[in-house]
Each structure stands twice: as C-alpha cells, then as structure tokens.
Design a protein around this ligand. Structure first.
Ligand code: MRU
Length: 344
C-alpha cells in the first residue's frame, strides 16, 4: 500500500507528490511550518490527507510547546491558525484541527509529556480511521457499478489523497478486486495534472486498466457511449448536497446529465459541512496564476497574461446521482440524509 504520511523518531515524513510520478521521495520534517508549506505547495494534497497532515503537524509542533499553561494555549492557537490558513476549501482540514483542539482542551492540566503523547496518538488514530473509512466507501460503492464498468474520474481521490485506499479510487479499487472494472478513464486535470501524474501512477501500480485523456476529451468519450459511471471525490459537501471538488468536476456532471451517465461523489462524512447550507457558501481557493501559465515549469503562454485560477468548482446537488459514504450510499434529496448520517 502506498504510504502518504507517517511519523518516525519524532519527525513527520511525507511523500512529496510534486515529484511524482518521476520520483518517489519521502521528506521527513521536524518543524511544523514545513508541513504548512507542504500543504500550500501541494506536496501533500487531497481533502482527507490535508486534514491528517494538520493533525500530525499539531502533534509535531506541540513537542516544542512552552511549559506554562497560558503560553501553551497561546502557542496551540498559533499553530492551529497557521494550518487553518493553509488552504480554504477542503473542510477535512478544519475537521481535523477541531478534533485535535477538542482533545487538547480535554487534557488541560495534564503533564506535558502526556499531552504530547495523546496528540501524537490522535493523529495516528485519524490516519488509521481514514483507511478504514475508505474501505467502507469502496464496499458501498461497488454495487452501483455494472460488471465490466467503464468509469471516468478526475483529479486524484485515491490513496495519495488520503492515508491509503482512497475515496473515489477506493470504489474503483474495490470494484477491481471484484473483477468489475473494464476501463478507468482518467482526466488529466489541468492545471496541475493530478489525474495524469497521480491517479495514473497510483492505479497502474495496482494493475488497473487505465486510459488517460485530456479534460476536453471527456465529452466525446461519453458521446461515444464509453462511460458507464463517473465517480469523483469531494472537498466540501454543503448541507443540501452541493459539492465542491477539483475544477472541472462540475463540467463532468453537466456532461453526465446530458449523456445520461450516473454521476457519483465518494467522500467520508468528515467532508460534509452542515454549517454551510448550499454550495454558494463554500470558499473556493484561487491559486497562483503560474499554474495556468505554465506546464511542468515552462510557460505555455505569454508570461504576463491575466489568469483566473480557481482550484475547485461546485456541482449542484441536482446533478449528483448519489453520494457514497462510509455509512452507505445516499440519494436525493440529500439534506435529511446528510443530517441523519452525521447524527445531527
Ligand atoms: O487541489 P487538490 O489536489 O488538493 O484537490 C483534490 C481534490 O479535488 C480531490 O478530489 C478531493 O480532495 C477529494 S480527495 C479524496
């Protein structure tokens, strides 16, 4: 299994995804600021993994926490603020920070060492739970697919976006284990090519029948009747089911409706944000214009051209056939089902 993150001898080690597929390089850091930077620069990316990285980062930083209670509280807040400002869209980041904060608050007054140990343990727990959750998502998703399914996906919602197995790719992996996958169409996912660089690499390691297309080819492949289902991940699902995911996902959902192809979102319940009523309230990250101006570090346009570079878009609930979670698959209308599954 691909490892995306782990702790070793008081350091946190991450697989630098910017170097994939050419190089498989783990970088071990002891300064939490290096993890904040790794999230911003997409060395680690994907909603669940961003959250797990913040959890490990908080534990790492607290190894250097000041001794007095008051100073420790202040220091904790500074660390969580710096992770919270790393990337705005994936709610799993804030979910993980909240979970670490609740634990920290419950440990007030305990010995320093005890607090540190419990925070490390919590980060490990979040990571282990993530893998178990993804396996359940995989299991629940399989019956939605026909035997020999030709599935189209975008970005990377796989082992590389999580602690292992993956969400959308978890479903595809489970279907492959049951011999149900005929073809996986992978959109390259401009601007930074998570599909071409990461999903292709990850699925080829497991021997899946992948085929790479540029994003603009998806319509034609669907028109030819070569897609049985689309499965995408999610960065944040609003209370009504509207879903933010990698830019280009919305276009696929529109195309899927036109071509009568089922469009599924696969995501853990930690990606559901009941505090946000609809997609309009989801903050969408805008990234460095050079991601669009360049390909592999080389300008493919006039270097000073004005650019719009939103990293995510929002797919309205009306275009989503079903949402595959660890607690089962839900169908529209989503609001009540999401409330029920989140237990609120
Ligand atoms: O910008 P990224 O690479 O972090 O975007 C990732 C995605 O959009 C994924 O589909 C999403 O986070 C789900 S990952 C299980």
């Amino acid at each position: 299994m691909i490892r995306t993150i782990y702790s070793e001898n008081g350091a946190v080690c991450i697989l630098n995804q910017n170097l994939l597929p050419a190089q498989v390089t783990y970088e071990c850091v002891t300064d939490f600021r290096d993890l904040v930077r790794a999230i911003k620069e997409l060395q680690v990316r994907g909603a669940p993994l961003i959250g797990v990285t913040a959890a490990y980062g908080i534990a790492l930083a607290m190894d250097q926490a000041p001794l007095s209670d008051e100073e420790m509280d202040h220091y904790f807040e500074e660390i969580t603020n710096s992770f919270a400002s790393s990337r705005p869209t994936a709610v799993n980041l804030f979910w993980a920070i909240d979970r670490m904060t609740r634990l920290f608050e419950s440990l007030r007054g305990r010995a320093h060492q005890d607090i540190q140990q419990r925070l490390w343990q919590e980060a490990e727990n979040i990571c282990a739970e993530d893998i178990a959750t993804n396996q359940l998502i995989g299991e629940h998703g399989v019956p939605l697919l026909p035997v020999g399914a030709r599935i189209l996906t975008i970005c990377n919602a796989g082992a590389l976006a999580t602690c292992g197995y993956g969400t959308a790719l978890g479903v595809i992996r489970s279907a492959h284990l049951g011999n149900r996958v005929g073809q996986v169409w992978v959109c390259e996912t401009r601007p930074v090519l998570q599909g071409a660089r990461l999903t292709i690499w990850e699925l080829m390691q497991d021997g899946l029948p992948v085929r790479l297309i540029t994003d603009s080819m998806a319509a034609s492949v669907m028109q030819q009747g070569q897609v049985d289902a689309i499965i995408a991940g999610a960065d944040r699902i609003a209370a009504n089911g509207d879903t933010a995911n990698k830019i280009g996902t919305y276009a696929l959902a529109v195309l899927a409706r036109y071509h009568q192809v089922p469009f599924y979102i696969a995501a853990p319940l930690s990606t559901v944000d009941l505090m946000i009523d609809s997609g309009q309230g989801i903050p969408i990250e805008e990234r460095n214009p050079d991601e669009v101006r360049q390909l592999g570090g080389i300008y493919v346009t006039v270097p000073e051209v004005a650019v719009y570079n939103p990293a995510f878009d929002v797919t309205p609930n009306s275009l989503i056939t079903g949402i595959i979670t660890e607690a089962g698959v839900i169908f529209p209308p989503y609001r009540e089902e999401l409330l029920r599954l989140k237990g609120e």
